[in-house]
Ligand binder design. Structure first.
Ligand code: IPE
Ligand code: IPE
Ligand code: MG
Length: 246
């Protein structure tokens, strides 16, 4: 597993390595409650993303990973799917300058090859554009499914075995982790899901094996940096044992 080195050790924000992952849920219900189309909820949700990313250094989050579109979300209407894809593109275009200013490094995880090539090119572009930033590591999961990611990693490892580059005995947890989309990131410490649903919906099953979980009833478009800060206060009180005894 490779980790990025902090660029500026004098900056307290870059010293911490806290990784928070969020299942941003409830946009549809938020809009429905107001009699508005679901896409209005997604747009409001994107505003919350921008707000949270900007607040990360102050709240103490170095790595923020957001679930934006799952491999299962293709089941939704064409209108909603296309609206979401357009929203991802617009977010990157509009936020590129701000991310650079605020030291945000953006990565996109998920299966990219089957996406619209223009959108995939946009992902490549923003990753290159922000590659030198190190203050906040924003990772957005788009067309992401944990099982799909493990399947792709397994194929890559199997290919190496077939090519004689790797012996089956050498397949360690680190080798598998190193072939996942998240290979450059530490494992999440905390996974937050909004909207009151208490399931993980195929999000980071390998990486979050020892994460803490917080489920909040707040719908994502109502989720504020203050609530995240309160959740972190609760998280800090938890005792993480990682299988050890007290
Ligand atoms: C989460 O909100 C965003 C995505 C899955 C893209 P939802 O769209 O799932 O909102 P609800 O669950 O229908 O309220
Ligand atoms: C999980 O939310 C996926 C994202 C937040 C992108 P869903 O709303 O798609 O999950 P389910 O259908 O409730 O499990
Ligand atoms: Mg949902």
């Amino acid at each position: 597993m490779s980790f990025d080195q902090p660029a500026d050790d004098d900056d307290p924000a870059s010293r911490n390595r806290l990784h928070v992952a969020v299942i941003m849920d409830g946009n549809g219900r938020w809009a429905k409650n107001r009699g508005w189309p679901r896409l209005v909820g997604h747009r409001k949700g994107a505003e919350r993303v921008r707000q949270l990313v900007s607040a990360c250094p102050e709240i103490g989050i170095r790595y923020l990973t957001l679930y934006a579109f799952s491999t299962e979300n293709w089941k939704r209407s064409t209108e909603e799917v296309l609206g979401l894809m357009a929203l991802f593109e617009r977010y990157i275009k509009r936020e590129a300058n701000r991310m650079s200013r605020e030291g945000v490094r953006m990565r996109i995880i998920g299966e990219r090859t089957t996406l619209n090539p223009k959108l995939a090119a946009m992902f490549d572009w923003i990753e290159a554009e922000t590659a030198c930033n190190d203050r906040v590591h924003l990772t957005v999961a788009i067309n992401y499914g944990g099982r799909d990611e493990i399947r792709r990693a397994t194929q890559a490892v199997a290919q190496k075995v077939r090519d004689g580059q790797l012996d089956p005995d050498q397949i360690t947890d680190a080798v598998i982790g190193g072939h996942l989309d998240t290979h450059a990131l530490p494992d999440p410490d905390l996974v937050v899901r909004t909207s009151g649903e208490t399931r993980i919906s195929n999000f980071l099953p390998w990486q979050a094996a020892y994460a803490e979980y917080v489920f909040t009833p707040t719908l994502w478009p109502d989720f504020t940096p203050q609530e995240m800060s309160n959740i972190l206060t609760e998280f800090e009180l938890r005792e993480r044992r990682f299988g050890g005894a007290k």
